[in-house]
Ligand binder design. Sequence first.
Ligand code: HEC
Length: 144
Amino acid sequence: MARIAAIIVLALVSVATPAVAEDSREVAVRTAPQRGFILNQMRLFLGSVQVIVSALAEGDMKAVAEQAAARGRKGTPLSAIPPGMKANETPAWLAMMGGARAGFDDIAASATDPSATPLKLMGMLGDTMKNCVACHQAYRFAVE
Ligand code: HEC
């Protein structure tokens, strides 16, 4: 009897807590200016991905190189970065952000190589975007 009750309780709990309601992402605490800066960088990431995909479809390697370089490691002026950013960044965060930036640098370099095809660059963009997907699965923001 106790066993049946336990099964019923388990069944009710699983109905009451659907997986979609849970958010198991780690909280990344940032100041309001840091969060605003990062989200702006995120929108730039998305905008550049759109431009790169369209430019690849048209074989416009110059536009690909420009957009990719703008999102690479040297794309953001140091003076634009809010204070205290580094202190809040975990090794996993740094690895995924670094991976995304390095991926855009690699795309920019390949876009200036005459032997590189749009298909190859599309594959590189897909690999670079694994960092976007992984980080979005890992973190959400909270403002301190
Ligand atoms: C190192 C972590 C990390 C990487 C890498 C990353 N993101 Fe994000 N992104 C975040 C976090 C955290 C948020 C906010 C999520 C939340 O709070 O729910 C976010 C939010 C966004 C948003 C929403 C912006 C807004 O104004 O609300 C967009 C769009 C976005 N990311 C695009 C991208 C794209 C495209 C890439 C890859 C080229 C990327 N991100 C790479 C961590 C990352």
